[in-house]
Design a protein around this ligand. Sequence first.
Ligand code: PMV
Length: 363
Amino acid sequence: MIEQDFKFKGVCKNVEKGSVAWSSPSNIALVKYWGKKENQIPANPSISFTLNHCKTTTTLTFAKRHTSNDFSFEIFLDGALEENFKPKIESFFKRIENYLPFLKDYHFKIETSNSFPHSSGIASSASGMSALALCLMSMEKDLSDGLKMTDDYFNMKASFLARLGSGSACRSIEGDVIVWGTHSEIKGSSNLFGIKYPNEIHDNFKDYQDTILLVDKGEKQVSSTVGHDLMHNHPFAQERFKQADVNLSKLKAILKAGDLKGFIEIVESEALTLHAMMMTSLPYFILMKPNTLEIINKIWKFRAEMDLPICFTLDAGANVHVLYPKKNAKIILEFIQNELVAYCQNQHYICDQVGFGACKIKE
Ligand code: PMV
């Protein structure tokens, strides 16, 4: 598939109004995306687990309008008008207009809510942008006359559009393991959209748990957009991009073999490398907090003592994602409750697990 394949090809039916709704999950990267080229093209391939409980639900209501020089929309978060989201949606609409030429012909009401607490420090951009992209695809399907759209194309274009809203959002359409970015050993992989990981995955990785420890619920001091940008003049950027490529190759063998030790090594190294990139950019910055490090050290100690396959990963923030197979959940949850929750803000944490992607709620 090339970019041209995502241009709207049908003829628009005259639909006066309608409403669609989707619920879409967050995802957690195992090999991280950090650094991009123009048009949201990733500097290296990434792979993620789709999550199950951390979701955004979005209802998109549209009504035809007569003047159409600009975008017209209002956005509500949990029922309240949310002006702060407007610039992000406006620039998303600008980026995708080429592929959805009917956008300016409608007024949109975007009503959104998250399953996780609003100020939890968990980024809602992946789940939020993917939910909105899916709603827009349902609308395209309603509007296009005479063209049959396959489910594969629907998902691919939803991922393509979501990517233009927030890179990692393109990995939230389907589950359970998604690759985004061209990789020579992963058939069908693309810089333009995420694909379901096409190779064998050992049962060890089919029911992974992700307990998210909310270390810091505040707004990040440095946004992902700024962080990605700082990879442009970064002294270690080229090596990092090569390393991500190699790590994905290694992970391919690990996922097939069910090699839990190998998995832990790649996943933790990726998390620390992501933060090392932040610490070695100019300007430099640190998103981890003292409690992030306390938790990491506790996990390492517990793992050494108990010989259990528990590991951590980090997003662009201070919160810690604790990853482990379901069969070890009882003892690991006990450890989390007894030893790690004390490092969380207000003792808050979220229990999630690998999931299978977005769900349509209403046509
Ligand atoms: O999708 P963005 O632009 O918010 O970037 C997210 C990058 C990381 O979450 C840090 C890594 C990843 O691959 O998800």
